[in-house]
Ligand binder design. Structure first.
Ligand code: CP
Length: 316
């Protein structure tokens, strides 16, 4: 393969071309099939700075780094000097001064990465930034592992019907996926509570009642109800798990109505009995574990792209 992707930073899927997306999927599939991992001839140091909680993304990046031969420098966000008011920029400056080459960051602030990747005059930060999720902005690694999982199952995106269902306004996964799926040729539909739907999404697809979509779609992409982002949301006080599940969740009845080849996807963590019946999490149509497995290989492909874009590691 000679069409390697090269990126100075990896913060969004919006600036990826379709050719780059396909090349990343191809590369991740190659790694998954046991293809030769490039050899580093110079050390590369990376920190994973997660200022929001994470299980999958954090551990998956750590695994991908290990498989690529990068050296992870431990970083404990909860006990870091951010709690003393140190800015994100200054924290990265510290890492830079200590010799860290790349940093994988999750933060609650949308586009926290802008000052890091476009330092203004007089600022000299030079560290590769990989976005592991910014507020309700983007979650590029989740989006790309989702695309890999869909591609692995169907072999194409063209004409696939994909429903994105749930707490859409608060979801960085949804924002990344609606954009990228549309560009890849899939038909996007939306469902879930109207109060968590924003009509700015209309340009990507149609909003329809869930029961009109269940029989029709190839991919049922469920989103977690993100209570932690509902401060000030009047709907939070009246939220009831059983009512949500009955109206917007995949219960056994809806599961049976899904096409036999349909993939149920969820970025995790799953609220059992809310987005999906708890005993369907490991059901045959559920791609939840496949998504997580694929995440390691896609993150390897993304990190490799940044190593190539920054000309570090002396890849062979
Ligand atoms: N999908 C996802 O971002 O999960 P974590 O919050 O556990 O990383």
């Amino acid at each position: 393969m000679d069409n390697f992707v090269a990126k100075s930073h990896f913060v969004s899927v919006e600036n990826l071309s379709v050719a780059e997306i396909n090349a990343l999927i191809q590369r991740a599939e190659f790694f998954k099939q046991g293809g030769q991992v490039p050899t580093l001839t110079k050390p590369v140091y990376v920190t994973n700075m997660f200022f929001e909680n994470s299980t999958r993304t954090h551990t998956s990046f750590a695994m991908a780094e290990k498989k690529l031969g990068l050296t992870e420098i431990p970083f404990d966000a909860a006990h870091s000097s951010r709690s003393k008011g140190e800015t994100m920029y200054d924290t990265c400056l510290v890492m830079n001064a200590l010799g860290v080459d790349l940093t994988v960051i999750r933060d609650s602030q949308n586009e926290y990465y802008e000052p890091l990747i476009h330092p203004t005059a007089g600022h000299h930060l030079s560290i590769g930034v990989v976005n592991a999720g910014d507020g309700s902005g983007q979650h590029p690694s989740q989006s790309l592992l989702d695309m890999m999982t869909i591609h692995e199952h169907f072999g194409t995106f063209a004409g696939l019907k994909v429903a994105i269902v749930g707490d859409i306004t608060n979801s960085r996964v949804a924002r990344s996926n609606m954009e990228i799926l549309t560009r890849l040729g899939a038909e996007v539909y939306f469902s879930g509570p109207e109060y968590w739907y924003d009509h700015s999404f209309d340009r990507y697809g149609k909003y329809l009642p869930l029961d009109e979509l269940v029989d029709q779609v190839d991919v049922m992409m469920l989103l977690r109800v993100q209570h932690e982002r509902h401060a000030g949301d009047a709907n939070e006080a009246s939220f009831d798990e059983a009512s949500y599940h009955a109206q917007y969740g995949i219960n056994h009845d809806r599961y049976e109505r899904l096409n036999p080849e349909c993939l149920i996807m969820h970025p995790g963590p799953i609220n059992h009995g809310v987005e999906l019946a708890g005993d369907l999490v490991e059901a045959p149509k559920s791609a939840f574990f496949r998504q997580m497995q694929n995440g390691v290989f896609m993150r390897m492909a993304m990190l490799e792209a940044v190593l190539r874009g920054r000309h570090i590691g002396g890849l062979q």
